[in-house]
Design a protein around this ligand. Structure first.
Ligand code: DGL
Length: 283
C-alpha cells in the first residue's frame, strides 16, 4: 500500500489537540503523529536546541514517507520553521513541505476582535520570538498584540496536573499579568497547542466579555485550504484514513495521556530517531 501520510509534530502531547481537529475536517488522509516527549518541553529551550530537535523530527517524518508536515507546536513554528523552510528543505527534500501554526492563526486573528486588542498566552520561547506580534502586524496592522509567557502551563499539562489546585494558581497569576497590560483585550489566543486542556480552568478566571480562542480548528481549515490550492501535494498524500503514533519516550505513558488530548485511544510506538541521528553522523 502506498503510504504517504501527513506528518504532525509536537514536542509532546499538545499537537494532538490540532490533529484532532485536522482529522475531523480531513478524515480521508493518513497521518503519522510524532511527539518528542523525551525532550519536552521545548518552550524554555534555546533557539539552537529547538531548531535541532525539530529538524531531527522533520527528517524522521520525511523518512516515514510524509510529503507534508505540520509543526503543531508554536515553539517549533516560532523558532525553527523559517530556517527549516529556507535553509534545510531545499537541501534535504525540495519537493516536500513543512507548515506551521502561527501563520494560519495570525491570518485570521483580526476577524475575532472588535477592540483590536488581542492577548497571546504562550511559552517563553514563542513570546520571546515575537512571532505573533510580527505576523499579526502583517495581516492586521491595526491590531495590538499583548503577550504573556506561561512557563508552568506545559509542565502542568505534560505531568497530568492540569486539573489540580497548582494549575489554578499559575493560571490565575499569568492571566492577571496579561490582563494588566490593557483593559481593552477582548480576545485571548491560546498560542500553545497544550493549552486547550486548560481551557475550562482559564474560563473560570476570565472576566466576562473576553473570548478564548484555540488554534485547532483554524489550523485544520487552513490545511484544507492549502490542499485545495496545491493539488500536486494533495495527490501525493495517501488516503486510507490510517493513523500512526510515535513518541520518543514511553509509549505506555503516551497512550495513557493521548486519549485526553485526542478523544480516542492510541497505540503508540517508540522511536529514538536513531535512523536520522545515524544518517547525520555518516553525512
Ligand atoms: N505545544 C507546544 C507549543 O505550542 C510546545 C510546548 C513546549 O514544548 O514547551 O508551543
Amino acid at each position: 500500500m502506498n503510504q504517504q501520510p501527513i506528518g504532525v509534530f509536537d514536542s509532546g502531547y499538545g499537537g494532538l489537540t490540532v490533529l484532532k481537529e485536522i482529522i475531523k475536517k480531513l478524515p480521508q488522509y493518513d497521518y503519522v503523529y510524532l511527539g518528542d516527549n523525551a525532550r519536552a518541553p521545548y518552550g524554555t529551550r534555546s533557539f539552537e536546541s529547538v531548531y535541532h530537535y525539530t529538524l531531527e523530527c522533520v527528517q524522521w517524518l520525511f523518512a516515514k514517507g510524509c510529503p507534508l508536515i505540520i509543526l503543531a507546536c508554536n515553539t517549533a513554528s516560532a523558532k525553527a520553521l523559517r530556517t527549516i523552510q529556507q535553509n534545510d528543505l531545499p537541501k534535504i527534500a525540495p519537493h516536500n513541505r513543512v507548515l506551521g501554526v502561527i501563520r494560519p492563526t495570525t491570518e485570521k486573528i483580526g476577524d475575532y476582535t472588535k477592540t483590536n486588542e488581542v492577548g497571546i498566552l504562550a511559552t517563553a520561547g514563542t513570546v520571546l520570538s515575537e512571532s505573533y506580534i510580527i505576523e499579526t502586524n502583517k495581516f492586521y496592522p491595526e491590531v495590538n498584540v499583548f503577550q504573556q509567557a506561561c512557563p508552568m502551563w506545559v509542565p502542568l499539562v505534560e505531568n497530568n496536573e492540569y486539573n489540580s489546585a497548582g494549575a489554578d494558581y499559575f493560571i490565575e497569576k499569568d492571566l492577571k499579568k496579561l490582563l494588566s497590560q490593557s483593559g481593552n483585550i477582548d480576545t485571548i489566543l491560546l498560542a500553545c497547542t497544550h493549552y486547550p486542556l486548560l481551557k475550562n480552568k482559564i474560563q473560570q478566571f476570565l472576566p466576562g466579555g473576553i473570548s478564548l480562542l484555540s488554534q485547532g480548528e483554524i489550523v485544520a481549515d487552513s490545511l484544507a485550504d492549502y490542499l485545495v490550492r496545491h493539488p500536486e501535494m494533495e495527490e501525493r498524500c495517501s488516503k486510507h484514513a490510517e493513523l500512526e503514533f510515535f513518541t520518543t519516550d514511553s509509549p505506555a505513558d503516551f497512550d495513557a495521556h493521548a486519549t485526553i488530548f485526542l478523544g480516542r485511544d492510541t497505540h503508540a510506538k517508540h522511536t529514538n530517531l536513531e535512523e536520522v541521528k545515524l544518517a547525520g553522523k555518516n553525512a
